[in-house]
Design a binder for this molecule. Structure first.
Ligand SMILES: Cc1ncc(COP(=O)(O)O)c(C=O)c1O
Length: 406
């Protein structure tokens, strides 16, 4: 008789966003006339930029000709894309990353979830609290997290690094030494960032204790302030302690197109075993590459036209972020984020829990956000709004919330 992976049974409840959509569906069934505005899930809403569409079209045409047809992609991804990434995302920022240290994939979520596979089950992970749930849940599935405590919403074998208003939503170095440290800046869900000097402390710490930092840079394109690092490799010593994840979802609207990449420097080793070679083995065995047409579209992101058009798209969302941030602040809410990130993190008013505030906003003003507790216990009295809606919906949602006079 077969047996299931029992670690899956340890996962508490259903995934955050399915709970939200169940609640919204139930509300809509009862109130079909309600105009719901969704500022919950971090999905983009603007269409792909013209240069991306043109590139996709011409790449599709190439696939229709025997001379220009492409089958399986090379294991690490096409050279034309990896060299554009190495040049623009790294060399231009003074980072020493070569194109054969870049693994192209179909997005950051899979890579963030899969990377734990190349590490021993004995490793102890440290995560920010609140946190993007994928880091913890993928380790639960692997059996690395111990026992779940329903009352605290924490796992016995995970080191939590609270990110609260008191520390500016930036984690402190943990008291207990971790093996794997997940960091994400600009942060989802808090929208917080850390400076290069703060990130350098993490790199120094990881090198000192022999830990690996798993650095998620999915929101790097939203950085507007000069002292915020776009890549962990801007820090000295990161080549020996850091893996970095990138996504084309938020900078170029590829959430439905699917493209990302992971960087593993060849200097990152456990004894003489290089993590680069383990991930290359994993990639070659379990993955057959992002589509040619999508990798072509990814390379268009780095062209002059691509940069200009995408800068406008990011500015569009950041304009929404400013509208949310300023509007809610004026209305008396305690807000943070929204400056270098498309997320606004607000304190639920009047002592409400985050799910109470979720229900309150849904029922009173038909606005959907994400309860902070879905990201971890330190999010309990917080709420996340995203700037990824249309400008019109964002303005209407914020104006509805302002009129609540909570
Ligand atoms: C922190 C973080 N990392 C990764 C992802 C997923 O990116 P992708 O669409 O490339 O899978 C998201 C998506 O919301 C995210 O918030």
């Amino acid at each position: 008789m077969f047996k299931v992976n029992e670690n899956y049974l340890k996962l508490p409840g259903s995934y955050l966003f399915s709970t939200i959509s169940k609640k919204v569906n139930a509300y809509t069934a009862e109130h079909p006339e309600a105009k719901i505005i969704r500022l919950g899930i971090g999905d983009v809403t603007q269409p792909l930029a013209p240069v991306i569409i043109d590139t996709l079209h011409s790449a599709v045409d190439e696939m229709g000709n025997a001379e220009t047809f492409h089958g399986y992609a090379p294991d690490l991804g096409y050279e034309f894309l990896r060299s554009a990434i190495a040049e623009n995302d790294y060399k231009a920022r003074g980072c020493d990353i070569s194109e054969d240290e870049i693994f192209v994939s179909d997005g950051a979520k899979c890579d963030c979830g899969n990377i734990q596979e190349i590490f021993s089950l004995d490793n102890k992970i440290a995560v920010c609290d609140p946190v993007y749930p994928v880091y913890v849940d993928s380790n639960v599935m692997a059996g690395r997290t111990g026992v779940y405590d329903k009352n605290t919403g924490t796992w016995s074998n995970v080191i939590y690094m609270p990110c609260t208003a008191d520390n500016g939503f930036a984690p402190q170095l943990p008291k207990e030494t971790p093996d794997l440290i997940y960091l994400c800046f600009p942060n989802n869900p808090t929208g917080a960032t850390i400076t290069k000097a703060q990130l350098q402390e993490w790199v120094d710490y990881a090198n000192k204790v022999g830990a690996v930092i798993l650095y998620d840079a999915a929101y790097e394109a939203y950085i507007s302030q000069p002292d915020i690092p776009h890549s962990i490799y801007e820090c000295e010593g990161a080549r020996t302690c850091a893996i970095e994840f990138h996504s084309f979802s938020k900078n170029a609207g590829f959430t439905g197109v699917r493209l990302g990449y992971t960087v593993i420097p060849k200097d990152l080793k456990a004894g003489d075993v290089s993590l680069h070679s383990l991930w290359a083995r994993r990639h070659g065995t379990k993955y057959n590459g992002a589509p040619y047409i999508v990798q072509r579209a990814g390379a268009a992101v780095y062209t002059k036209e691509g940069r200009e058009q995408l800068m406008k798209q990011v500015a569009y969302y950041m304009n929404n972020a400013h509208y949310i941030y300023n509007g809610l602040k004026e209305a008396g809410f305690t807000v943070s984020g929204g400056v270098n990130a498309p997320y606004i993190w607000l304190k639920a008013p009047n002592g409400m829990t985050s799910w109470e505030f979720f229900d309150y906003l849904l029922e009173r003003v038909n606005v959907v956000g994400t309860p902070g507790s879905g990201f971890g216990p330190s999010g309990e009295t917080y709420f996340r709004l995203t700037a990824f809606g249309s400008y019109e919906n964002t303005v209407e949602a914020v104006d509805r919330i302002k009129n609540l006079k909570v």
